[in-house]
Design a binder for this molecule. Sequence first.
Ligand code: FES
Length: 206
Amino acid sequence: MARSLNPNSTGHVPPPARPASPQRRGVLAGLAAVVIGGLVSLIPLGAGALVFLDPILKRKSKPAAGGEENDEGRPFRRVATVEALPADGTPVQVPVIADLTDAWSREPNQPIGAVYLRKLADGQVECFNAICPHAGCFVGYSADRKVFQCPCHTSSFELNGQRILPSPSPRDMDGLAVDAEKLKSGEVWVQFVNYYPGHEEREAKP
Ligand code: FES
């Protein structure tokens, strides 16, 4: 009687490994195709999402159009020429124009607010946001009284922006920075910022 060449400890010979049936091979191949196909389809999907989000990502790192960024990240915007301001120090209200951009569109030359400019005796220019710090109305200027006057709740402000007491306004008018270098070349560039009304301490809007 013929003897096995590799008997185990019990003397039994293990049965040889069975090759996968054609049916099982088909199922495994199908599963692999699904996994690989899923991974491959995710690549263009991810790339598409990046393209879609690209304007948002770029916008976060880009200064707003129409201005020069300073240390605080707020752009200076050109609002007037020095020559256009009255030499006697009468305040002039001028609009602030900027290109409005969001992630997908751009609207050039849109008004985003207004400021009062006043030429001082030493050639400097003073600038105030024209929004009333009380509740956000536009402040007017009374040439007769030579004061800024709010039409909504009668807040009044001196020419230097100081509120005249008693006043419903919790603070003085919001002064804005003027670019001294641009002034030398005859242009008025201001760092336009809107602040929340109704607070004693001013807080910039985003
Ligand atoms: S909003 Fe100007 S006084 Fe109230």
